[in-house]
Design a protein around this ligand. Sequence first.
Ligand code: ADP
Ligand code: MG
Length: 250
Amino acid sequence: MNQERIVIERPIVVLDKVHKSFGSLKVLDGVSFTVERGDVLVLIGRSGSGKSTALRCIDRFEKIDSGEIRVCDHRVDAADVDLRALRQDVGIVFQSYNLFPHLTIEQNITLAPVSVKGMKKPAARELAKAMLAKVGLSEKLDAYPEQLSGGQQQRAAIARSLAMQPKVMLFDEVTSALDPELTGEVLKVIERLAADGMTMVMVTHEMGFARGIADQVVFMHAGRVHEAGSASILSGPATPELAQFVGTGL
Ligand code: ADP
Ligand code: MG
C-alpha cells in the first residue's frame, strides 16, 4: 500500500482578531491574516491605516490589547513570550537604515550573532561575508555606514538581519527614504530572498513590485483588513477604497 505521509504545516505568522489602541486612538481593529511558509504577504494602505503597527506587533515591539498573534512556535501575545527567541526568528528592516554608524559593516553584521548566539568571531566574519555576498556588497566588509549609499546601507541592514537566520522577514517601507535610482537595487535583493523561499511580510508603496512578488495582498483601511487576496486585487479592486488607493477609481 502506498502510504502517504501527511504533513500538516502550520503557518509561520498568524494574526487573529488583533486589537490595538494608543490611548483613545484605535489603530488595529480586529486585524487577521495568515502567512504560510515561503509566502510573501504585502501590506498596503494609506498612511495611518495601521500597517507599521501591525508589523511591530508581530515582533512584539508593540503589545496588543486583545486577539492572538503566533509566529512559528511563539505565542507573541503571551505574557511569558521569550522575546530573545522570538526576535531570532523574526528579522525586521525599517525605512531608515538603522546601522550603527560607529561600527564597520562587518561589525554591524556580526554583533548579534556573536553576542546573542555566542558565535566565534572568525565564524561570524565568514557569515558576514556570505550575507554581504547575498546582497551584492562583498567589498564593503570593512567600510563604515557613512561610506555607503542609501541603497547600499539598506542592503547591509538586510544582510545584518539575515545573519541571524530568521524564519520570517518583516520589511517596513524599506525603499521609501531612497532616491528612485537606488530603490531598484534594494527591491532586487528582496526579490532574490523571496525566490530563495524566505517568508516575508512587507509594507511597500511600490505597486508594480507588489504585483510581481506578492502571494497575498492585504489592504488596510482605518485599522482593518478592508480587502485581501492575490495580487490580482490590485488590478480589480472590489471596494472603492482600494480602487482609490491604487488610483483606478471605481
Ligand atoms: P501606517 O504605517 O499605516 O502609516 P501606523 O501603524 O504607523 O500607520 O500608525 C497608525 C496610527 O497610529 C497613526 O494615527 C499613528 O499616528 C498612530 N500611532 C502609531 N504609533 C503610535 C504610538 N506609539 N503612539 C501613539 N500613536 C501612534
Ligand atoms: Mg508605516
